[in-house]
Write a protein that binds this ligand. Structure first.
Ligand code: SF4
Ligand code: SF4
Length: 428
């Protein structure tokens, strides 16, 4: 179909769009991928936003059909812009629909493409600006992050909240960040001050944003899991996932190129603690389909990337936890390699006490996407807490740190006998 008719969303800015989407049957163009959605609606009940709203606009099928009609020129954006933006911005990018879809259609990827075409910035402007410095000005980012850490740890943010300053519409996200962040923010660098990086590292550890700058103890736990392999931490670089989701593809490529240069050409594995980052790097080559040289480099790095689950102790010691769940929500969850490994370990430890929630149950918004405007993450998290309480679960393990922080906040509020943890907290 692609050879006959392959419309693009934004022909004037081709480099701002992905022209190769990974799918179980191979690589597809955006239009092909959208056309593979046969409107069966099997995914509807796995989509948290549809379950909450029961409207087609909030379902994966609805989002796919909007995109298809826009691509075919049968649905003009201008008159319905507000409605389309609402439908796309409310998607949590949780990937649950892909897991529930017989064809593993990557709806979250389609939504991202539509957001790029609409030019919507689903993050609060100030937060987006600060986070974008991670790629463009790492030093400025570190200084700003240190200032924010100081404000949070010294109750400066609490003071701002008490004065009502964070009730201003463009600063409201600060309240949310303050709620979900750990009581004390620490950087991974602080924890590793006395460590000397090895000359010939056995693994390169790429910490996620949360492990490097929000909860250093999370990064430290991951680092300790790698201790037997002579780890070296890749500070000051990022995978580009943030830019891929919230910013421009140009910046995502730029971050990816920096990471490829920092990781070098060797065969040393690059390990990350976030399932989202892992899947994103695995799919690096499609970012560079316009450059043979970078595509080759991206392929090499994709072959080297590992998820921290590979380095978990085979028999972790767990105390005081009986019934557990693993949360599989992730942007690229149509690929389940990381989940399978984690689930295998959990099945051995917890046996019958590993509770599965079927695909009809509500996932938690992954990767702190709850900062997106107009999404329904509060309601989604609340549904999740109800499910945890109903099944009397003691702990929910995540494959990304920010998701665990997000759910922990709601658990503390409504069901404090359970907690959310990243899987790196499992100790051997
Ligand atoms: S995304 Fe998949 S499950 Fe959902 S309507 Fe399309 S084909 Fe069916
Ligand atoms: S990614 Fe999540 S919120 Fe978005 S359409 Fe799929 S299931 Fe629904």
């Amino acid at each position: 179909m692609n050879e006959f008719f392959s419309p693009t969303l934004d022909p004037r800015r081709p480099k701002e769009h992905i022209d190769a989407l990974p799918a179980p049957g191979g690589i597809r163009s955006l239009y092909d991928s959208v056309c593979f959605c046969n409107r069966c609606n099997s995914c509807a009940q796995s989509c948290p936003t549809f379950r909450l709203r029961q409207e087609e606009f909030f379902s994966p099928r609805g989002r796919n059909q909007i995109l298809r009609l826009v691509l075919e020129g049968k649905f003009k954006i201008a008159p319905y812009r507000r409605l389309i933006e609402k439908s796309m911005a409310s998607c949590l990018l949780c990937g649950a629909c892909a897991a529930g879809c017989p064809g593993k259609i990557p709806t979250a990827e389609h939504v991202l493409e539509m957001q790029r075409a609409l030019g919507v910035r689903p993050l609060p402007v100030l937060l987006h600006k600060i986070l974008s410095w991670r790629t463009s000005s790492p030093r400025l980012f570190e200084t700003t992050a240190a200032l924010c850490r100081w404000a949070h740890n010294s109750y400066g943010v609490k003071l701002l909240r008490a004065c009502g300053i964070t009730r201003l519409p463009f600063l409201r996200w600060i309240n949310h960040a303050d709620d979900i962040l750990p009581h004390k923010i620490t950087f991974l660098r602080q924890h590793l001050k006395k460590e000397n990086p090895p000359h010939n590292p056995g693994v390169l550890y790429l910490p996620s944003l949360e492990a490097a700058y929000l909860d250093g103890s999370l990064g430290l736990a991951a680092y300790q899991k790698l201790q037997g392999h002579q780890p070296k931490v890749l500070f000051g670089v990022s995978s580009g996932l943030f830019e891929y989701v919230y910013g421009s593809l140009r910046r995502a490529r730029h971050a990816a190129q920096k990471l490829m240069m920092s990781a070098g050409n060797g065969s040393t594995p690059v390990v990350t603690d976030s399932a989202d980052v892992f899947f994103f790097i695995k799919n690096y080559p499609r970012l560079f389909s316009h450059s043979k040289v970078w595509e080759r480099k991206a392929r090499r790095l994709a072959a080297r990337v590992r998820f921290i689950a590979d380095y978990l102790p085979k028999k972790p010691q767990i105390q005081g936890i009986n019934r557990v769940q693993i949360d599989k929500s992730a942007l690229f969850s149509f690929e389940n390699e990381a989940f399978e490994k984690t689930e295998k370990i959990f099945r051995v430890i917890f046996k019958k006490n590993l509770l599965h929630y079927g695909y009809k149950d509500t996932p938690t918004p992954p990767f702190g996407y709850s900062f997106r405007k107009e999404n329904l993450s509060k309601e989604v998290c609340f549904c999740r807490v109800k499910d945890i309480a109903r099944t009397q679960t003691d702990a929910v393990f995540f494959l990304s740190g920010l998701s665990a922080m997000e759910l922990n906040y709601w658990l503390k509020k409504y069901y404090p006998s359970a907690k959310a943890e990243h899987i790196v907290r499992l100790n051997g």
